[in-house]
Design a protein around this ligand. Structure first.
Ligand code: C5J
Length: 229
């Protein structure tokens, strides 16, 4: 696929015109720690199989973005091995079976460099793609994401990943306040709680698009194809 120019993407609450030269794909936290058994998500008592539905749509969009030369950003939630960037309020919360930093079947839970912290094989970053390591739920907090996006002249973010109501939502809220147009690809997001996923998407597009727009992977692929013809 050649680099697409501009196109109008079917979205809610209204279609949006996108200049693909100023648009980045942002894939949130598609890590083994959230999607696979034995990781952070499961230690919190979640059914991690709920997240697998997002993998295929994200893979399709990632392939198209790579072919079209769009800026691709992957994020990973996790902490330094000494936990110096992990607030006690986060580490001590709740009653998980293993806490952040404890040893599990995929290495230490939610720690950078461990197997569980890595991105799943199906969506593994390629050489040259931006990988943002973030200690928080939002991808802008305590990271270089804002500088990277500015450096590349990005104005629009196509956002997908997990989980819809936590790290996707927090990142979209942060991005919206920084002036980015955020288009969330609904089928490329997932939650351990399907009802939170649905409500999370509704919250983004409510009130005339209070945080952004909601679209889907098929509509994006169609718009990208049309925009390069
Ligand atoms: C969570 C995330 N759910 N990536 N992280 O703790 O949404």
């Amino acid at each position: 696929m050649n680099k697409p120019g501009k196109g109008v993407l079917k979205a809610e609450p209204a279609p949006i015109e996108l200049d693909f030269a100023k648009t980045a794909l942002v894939i949130i936290d598609m890590q083994r720690d959230f999607l696979e058994p034995g990781g952070f998500g499961e230690t919190l008592g979640n059914d991690v199989s709920q997240l697998s539905r997002a993998v295929k749509p994200v893979a399709a969009v990632l392939t198209a973005a790579r072919e079209a030369g769009l800026l691709v950003v992957h994020t990973r939630e996790g902490h330094l091995p000494d936990l110096s960037d992990a607030p006690p309020a986060k580490v001590e919360r709740g009653a998980p079976s293993l806490r952040i930093g404890d040893s599990g079947p995929m290495g230490r839970i939610l720690i950078r460099g461990e197997a569980g912290h890595d991105i799943i094989a199906a969506l593994y970053p390629r050489e040259g793609e931006i990988v943002i390591d973030k200690p928080g739920k939002g991808a802008f907090y305590a990271t270089g994401l804002g500088d990277e996006l500015k450096r590349h002249g990005i104005e629009n973010l196509l956002v997908c990943g997990v989980t819809t109501e936590v790290c996707v939502h927090t990142t979209v809220r942060e991005a919206n306040d920084r002036g980015y147009r955020c288009i969330v690809l609904g089928d490329g997001c997932a939650s351990y709680f399907p009802e939170f996923h649905e409500t999370g998407l509704k919250m983004i597009k409510a009130q005339g698009g209070i945080f952004g727009w909601v679209s889907d992977s098929a509509s994006l692929l169609e718009t990208m194809r049309a925009a390069q013809e």
